[in-house]
Design a protein around this ligand. Structure first.
Ligand code: A2P
Length: 274
């Protein structure tokens, strides 16, 4: 099938040529969670390889030089489709258009996934803390469906904090999907703990994750001792401010930041699109 045919079928405006070095994939499904958040899945290029937790640049075929933004891949490395979880920004150069995509539309994807929120960038440990706010949960949606995560860590704590209750729904969905998954369901049911909290709407659990770490309420809730660099590992994904503050708490606990070429006790990545 040619790109011309794809365009005609999907009714998407693609009079612009597909740039060199990118895949042109089709939207398979779209799910809107709130007026600010949505998830979509696209076809997977046969040649694409990535590690769970990595991100990739995506864009739309709506300009001679399309706008590309970094998006964490929210599906695991073995999945037949590629999943993304996105914010909608009214005048965001990409998201103002991206939020309108429909099944059959074309998404452009640069060929090289990269990133530091990968199991390889952490030294072995017992408990992995995945700390996220907002759309920062996306790379963890990939990692909690990755068998290696459960081989490497005995316990996986997925922390997700949002302003409002409705923004936590995607997290509940992916945790339920992991626990029901034929590949990782048994491990996720035993080893994965989801801690969801809100900061601006009342819910069962309230407060910023930084507060929950500082006052110890996170560890009380889990029934575990405070952070210990011997056994605990961390991954952080959220806004710049949140990264800085959580990183400072990990460092205060004696943990050091790692990278792909220098694995250590924790790794950090910005949730890119704003
Ligand atoms: P808060 O409502 O107190 O600002 P945002 O949508 O602004 O990225 O925020 C998403 C979530 O992250 C909100 O619950 C917000 O709490 C929280 N948050 C924002 N900044 C920080 C920070 N520096 N440390 C910890 N949590 C933060």
């Amino acid at each position: 099938m040619t790109d011309q045919n794809v365009t005609a079928e999907s009714m998407q405006e693609t009079e612009f040529p597909i740039p060199a070095g990118v895949y042109a994939e089709k939207v398979v499904s779209v799910k809107h969670y709130t007026d600010r958040l949505f998830q979509f899945r696209i076809t997977r290029p046969a040649a694409l390889r990535f590690r769970s937790g990595e991100f990739v640049m995506i864009g739309l075929p709506n300009a001679e030089k399309p706008v590309f933004r970094a998006y964490s891949i929210a599906s695991p490395s073995w999945d037949e489709q590629i999943e993304f979880f996105s914010i909608k920004v009214e005048d965001g150069p990409l998201t103002e258009h991206l939020q309108k995509v429909q099944p059959g539309d074309t998404i452009l994807m640069r060929k090289k996934p990269v990133g530091t929120l990968v199991n390889d960038a952490l030294i072995p440990g017992k408990t992995l803390y995945m700390i996220s706010t907002g759309t920062g949960i996306a790379p963890f949606a990939s990692l909690i469906r990755e068998p290696e995560t459960y081989e490497k860590f005995e316990k996986v704590v997925l922390s997700h904090t949002c302003r409002e209750v409705a923004e936590l729904t995607y997290g509940h969905d992916i945790v339920a999907a992991a626990k029901n998954d034929p590949l990782v369901g048994e491990e996720a049911t035993k080893q994965l703990i989801h801690v969801a909290s809100t900061t601006r709407e009342s819910s069962d659990r309230m407060g910023r994750i930084t507060t929950q770490i500082e006052d110890g309420s996170l560890f009380d809730h889990l029934g575990v001792p405070p952070l210990n660099p011997e056994t605990d590992r961390g991954m952080i994904c959220g806004s710049m401010e949140m990264l800085k503050d959580v990183k400072a708490l990990f460092e205060k606990a004696g943990m050091t930041e790692g990278a792909n070429n220098r694995p250590a006790e924790f790794v950090v990545e910005r949730a890119f699109v704003d």
